[in-house]
Design a protein around this ligand. Sequence first.
Ligand SMILES: N[C@@H](CCC(=O)N[C@@H](CSS)C(=O)NCC(=O)O)C(=O)O
Length: 241
Amino acid sequence: MSVAEEHQFSKDFLFRQLFDRESCTYTYLLADINTKDAVIIDPVLELAERDAQFIQQQGLKLVYCMNTHMHADHVTGTGKLKQLIPGCQSIISRSSGAKADILLDPDSKVKFGRHELIAKPTPGHTNGCMTYISFEQGVAFTGDTLLIRGCGRTDFQEGDPETLFKSVHREIFTLPDNFKLYPAHDYKGQTVTTVWEEKLYNARLTKPLSEFIDIMNNLNLAYPKKMDIAVPLNKVCGIQE
Ligand SMILES: N[C@@H](CCC(=O)N[C@@H](CSS)C(=O)NCC(=O)O)C(=O)O
């Protein structure tokens, strides 16, 4: 496998990666270029107006605002986008325990135009983490389950290293090697990876389970600065009604 064998997006698939400099969060906008139906994954509250303006400029119809999980480091832009773009529905996993218009179960499909994302449960960072996969486009949105050369922390919000390790090996490392992986965060300026790269070079997930658990239990990271306000708000789409 090499860069030359990269999986290409189809011509009718719009893909944009957007970034929040404050929380280092990636937001993804996907659309069917013919029908204009669009979905947004992991929007950030403070950038909801930026996202809504871009959607309007492209002539897209935002049908779903999705979250990969209940974030702890930033407030989701889902509720604000629903206000800015009436008709759009919020989506999160049922196991997240958060409120949304649509609650996803394992293998639920999210359709926009002729495209679809399949929700695969990848708990471990939180219980409700989902990875959203487009098999046609060869792409997976991994949230905080898999970060480029790393993974989400497992020291709060029901986090569990063994569960995360098994999720990645079951749902992500079994995808074709050339599938692109897009995470919810990157703290080093990296934008995308592949299944092949992570199976070879992920600093944590290439280790045996016992070593992985040891690494995760000794990360000693400070708690996210916004955690105390973000978690309660993200239980209700980012807006206290
Ligand atoms: N400094 C940031 C929080 C950074 C952080 O904890 N990131 C999380 C994902 S957001 S809950 C994580 O899992 N990091 C893993 C890692 O190895 O860095 C802030 O204050 O918001």
